[in-house]
Design a protein around this ligand. Structure first.
Ligand SMILES: *Cc1c(COP(=O)(O)O)cnc(C)c1O
Length: 244
């Protein structure tokens, strides 16, 4: 491992954990309530391994192909480290099967059809010995009513959550996820997500996670109850113009 890069990542991680701590303090929350997912998409397995060396245990990816290869490489680099890989990006149904091999959690479940595809995929992966437990899932809420950015309309979340809860041999409903609308104040969106999460918890008390907040808006997300921030750029650096 390149020492310079390891030091750079250590400094960025310290900044992020301090930022999470301050955001929690401002609203009287404990930072133990907020998990950090390091979103390693477009960055090499060596960076992921360096983050593991720094104590990070939750890593996020948004494309199956890139993730599957990276997961294998990281396993070779750090065979004795337990890592939870999270699929945070849009997921096509035909990618459910490969994702069920490497993901501990899928945060972007936004339709019944995808939930069904994941159910079948997890069953097959369990049968094949490729995983040993159900898949944790978050239902992704659409906060901008733009279907091209993914997410389930807020009004349909409870139906989707009910369906997932009925497939509990394969899928464990853990909560909600959202991405704030582009180019708008994120606070009203996070507030809307918090009330959707609260409504969902009435029927599904185990669904306690709120995954919200990225490099640019994690402070606001924490103020509105986020329990999981997904950080790429602020930790690993810019991804360049061509990258998602
Ligand atoms: C890339 C990505 C992130 C991380 O975004 P940054 O702004 O780089 O921190 C978070 N969530 C999702 C769904 C992403 O695709």
């Amino acid at each position: 491992m390149n020492t310079r890069r390891a030091e750079e990542l250590a400094a960025a991680l310290k900044e992020i954990t301090d930022r999470i701590e301050r955001a929690c303090q401002r609203v009287g929350r404990s930072s133990d309530e907020v998990r950090l997912i390091a979103v390693t998409k477009t960055f090499p397995a060596a960076d992921a391994a360096a983050l593991l060396d720094l104590g990070v245990r939750n890593l996020g990816e948004n494309r199956d192909q890139e993730a599957a290869a990276k997961v294998r490489e990281v396993e070779e680099l750090r065979p004795d480290t337990d890592v939870r890989w999270h699929m945070v990006g849009r997921l096509q149904r035909n990618k459910a099967r490969p994702v069920a091999r490497w993901a501990a959690e899928v945060q972007s479940v936004d339709s019944l059809r995808l939930a069904d595809a994941l159910t079948k995929a997890v069953r097959a992966a369990l049968d094949a010995g490729e995983r040993d437990r159900p898949l944790d899932v978050l239902v992704q809420a659409s906060l901008d009513d733009d279907p091209s950015r993914g997410g389930c309309p807020v009004d349909d979340l409870s139906e989707l959550a009910d369906a997932i809860a009925q497939r509990s041999d394969y899928l464990h409903l853990r909560g909600v996820m959202a991405v704030a609308p582009l180019g708008a104040d994120p606070e009203p969106a996070f507030e809307r997500l918090a009330s959707a999460a609260e409504r969902l918890r009435r029927d599904h008390p185990e669904a306690t996670e709120i995954s919200a907040g990225m490099s640019g808006d994690l402070d606001q997300a924490i103020a509105y109850g986020s329990t999981c921030v997904r950080v790429g750029t602020a930790l690993l650096g810019g991804r360049g113009l061509a990258s998602p």
